[in-house]
Design a protein around this ligand. Structure first.
Ligand SMILES: [Zn+2]
Ligand SMILES: [Zn+2]
Length: 266
């Protein structure tokens, strides 16, 4: 183990109490999921015990991104991509973000499923949502890839008790047989981004991520980032940049849902 890696390991040991607390919160959440009556987070229909709280009918109502898809950003290609200007969605993305795909549009019931996972503590949704991301993940990378969750800020992780992107990556990894590794750390806090525009988001996350130095030996170049929602691509571009700076090329990124573009400035 290199000294840099030992330093990283040391910092992990120092935050061991926090890890135990987070793990405890997560396990407690899963235990409550198993004990509570299973009710669909979208339509409140009864769901079989032991299943994630998403009924089969609502699962079939999740809307895939309407084809034809842009081969780079994976969003609906509204114009002729061979024409000047190309895709309006990803034309201004930085070069480092090569490929993204999303399983579903961010519309009902996907919005309710994500809300249930992130804000209502239904952590058991993560594995089912991750499994549903498998076809889109294969569009990013056909072969086995290292799945790397987009990290939360330490403050947000303490507040929530779990990283929803990590739960999705674990579910996706289980479905595909691909490994999951938390290579990235978020080094500084950005402002809440839910209502930020494209340029504001890019500024908020610039330089916000780094790879734990000396701990990239298992990354063979087939890294796919995993997040819950893609909006402007700014966060993912910064993650790709951090991976690239550490010598880890990123094949692309995948999310459970994609925010439809709101305006040219959004
Ligand atoms: Zn339902
Ligand atoms: Zn595009």
């Amino acid at each position: 183990m290199t000294s840099a890696c030992r330093n990283h390991a040391g910092s992990e040991i120092r935050s061991f109490a926090g890890l135990i607390a987070r793990t405890g919160i997560r396990l407690a959440g899963q235990a409550f999921d198993a004990l509570l009556p299973q009710i669909c987070v979208s339509c409140s229909a009864a769901v079989d015990a032991g299943r994630a709280p998403l009924c089969g009918a609502c699962e079939t109502r999740l809307r895939e991104i309407p084809a034809p898809l842009c081969p780079r950003c994976g969003f609906t290609a509204f114009s002729d991509l061979s024409a000047p200007g190309g895709c309006a969605e990803c034309d201004e993305w930085p070069e480092v973000l090569r490929r993204t795909e999303s399983a579903f549009l961010l519309s009902r019931p996907a919005t309710q499923v994500i809300h249930g996972l992130k804000y209502e503590g239904w952590t058991s949704l993560g594995s089912r949502m991750g499994a549903l991301m498998a076809p889109a993940a294969r569009r990013v990378c056909r072969g086995p890839a290292l799945l790397v969750p987009v990290p939360l800020t330490p403050a947000r992780l303490r507040e929530r008790g779990f990283n929803q992107a990590h739960l999705l990556a674990e579910g996706l990894g289980l479905e595909l047989g691909w490994p999951v590794r938390s290579l990235l750390a978020r080094t500084r806090t950005g402002r809440r981004q839910a209502r930020s525009g494209r340029r504001t988001r890019a500024g908020n996350v610039a330089g916000a991520f780094q790879v734990a130095p000396g701990c990239v030996d298992s990354a063979d170049g087939s890294v796919v980032l995993v997040d819950d929602v893609i909006t402007t691509g700014a966060t993912l571009a910064e993650c790709c940049r951090a991976l690239g700076d550490a010598g880890v090329p990123c094949a692309g990124a995948e999310s459970f849902a994609r925010t439809p573009p709101r305006s040219p400035a959004a």
